[in-house]
Design a binder for this molecule. Structure first.
Ligand code: KG4
Ligand code: ZN
Length: 340
């Protein structure tokens, strides 16, 4: 890691995100003013496999990264010569996928002679809140729920993030994806389960809520297994699988646990503001439930708009800007890491 002195507060950043199955690039001014945000999704490609195939994702990132960056520059009305720093997600994620973005960003930063700013994908998801709510001050608790993570993070400053809790097994998004798969609803599972749940009864299945003493950690494997067992039993007995009721019960169980632990953790730390981030935060039921929990507990509540919840590079630019302001940059030895 190298440290540098940021000469101006106004900074034009190019950000690159390739941690999973979205090749994304964005240009932003001062981190929170988005001039462009381009996302090339590989969902159609991975759909036929029922999930992301890491090697396939890496290959498509290689094919797409150049044109996605070019399109982000074009939409922002700038050229590479205007860019003052390159921010890139280097952890956590699929290591081969991350490497594509990291290598491309390194090449740009080296060629242009500008700082290379490493960004943690989870921090970037949290920073989506600062794009949407520039006046939101740190010192809040953020739930980051995505395909790979379910963390409760204490946001102590724009660059200090302390983990309060995490999942002991499946991430919330991963559980949504698995339930969608067993019900044959397609990939990605989250939006499909949410849609199917619309006409369902959330009290149809009594699903477990796991609470570990002395911890706000999550566990979703019990809920997932209970749903899978119900579906298998129906199929063995040649009974109808009530998909809408199953989805509504599952969604309620997962979302209630996500909100309950978040609010309990905030109370125990004396924090009065909660926020959401990550792909699962795009779930309407979760957003409404979290708002309800916040109101009932006298807390402030924030959640980014839907396009800023799922993977994008605008959030990487925001986190990159705050890192740059704190003097954090990388040299050419920057590597991709699947996890820290
Ligand atoms: O943050 P994200 O785009 O990528 C990762 O960093 O993993 O999150 C993707 C996850 C997937 O598991 C997807 O099923 C879930 O977010 N997701 C949702 C919704 N939209 C996306 N889960 C529940 N409801 C949604 N509306
Ligand atoms: Zn993500």
């Amino acid at each position: 890691m190298v440290y540098f002195y940021l000469e101006s507060d106004t900074m034009l950043i190019l950000a690159i995100e390739t941690s999973c199955d979205e090749t994304a690039a964005a240009v932003s001014q001062n981190g929170t003013q988005i001039l462009s945000s381009v996302i090339n999704s590989q969902v159609d490609i991975h759909q036929k496999f029922g999930g992301v195939v890491p090697e396939v994702a890496s290959r498509h990132h290689i094919e797409n990264v150049k044109s996605v960056v070019a399109e982000a520059l074009r939409q922002a009305g700038v050229t590479l010569a205007d860019i003052e720093a390159v921010a890139v997600t280097n952890t956590p994620g699929l290591v081969g996928a991350l490497l594509v973005g990291v290598s491309y960003a390194k090449g740009l930063a080296f060629g242009l002679g500008i700082p290379l700013i490493p960004v943690n994908h989870i921090h970037a998801h949290i920073c989506a809140n600062f794009i949407e709510f520039p006046k939101l001050p740190p010192n809040f608790l953020c739930l980051v729920a995505s395909g790979g993570h379910s963390h409760i993070i204490h946001v102590e400053s724009y660059t200090d993030f302390r983990e309060i809790a995490r999942t002991r097994d499946d991430a919330a998004g991963e559980a949504y994806d698995k339930i969608a798969r067993i019900l044959g609803l397609g990939y990605p599972g989250g939006p499909a389960v949410a849609k199917c749940a619309e006409s369902g009864d959330k009290n149809f299945l009594k699903l477990p809520r796991v609470k570990m003493s002395g911890s706000f950690d999550y566990s979703f494997s019990g809920v997932k297994t209970a749903v899978i067992n119900y579906v298998h039993k129906c199929r063995q007995n040649e009974e109808e699988v009530r998909a809408a009721d199953v989805c509504a019960s599952f969604q309620f169980a997962v979302n209630e646990a996500l909100c309950q632990h978040l609010v309990d953790a905030a109370k125990s730390l004396g924090i009065d503001t909660i926020a959401l981030a990550g792909g699962v935060a795009a779930n309407e039921n979760l957003r409404n439930l979290a708002q309800q929990f916040a109101i009932e507990n006298g807390m402030n509540f924030y959640s980014p708009s839907l396009p800023l919840c799922t993977d994008n590079a605008a959030m990487v630019a925001a986190s990159g800007y705050f890192n740059a302001q704190a003097g954090i940059a990388a040299d050419m030895s920057l590597n991709a890491a699947a996890s820290l």
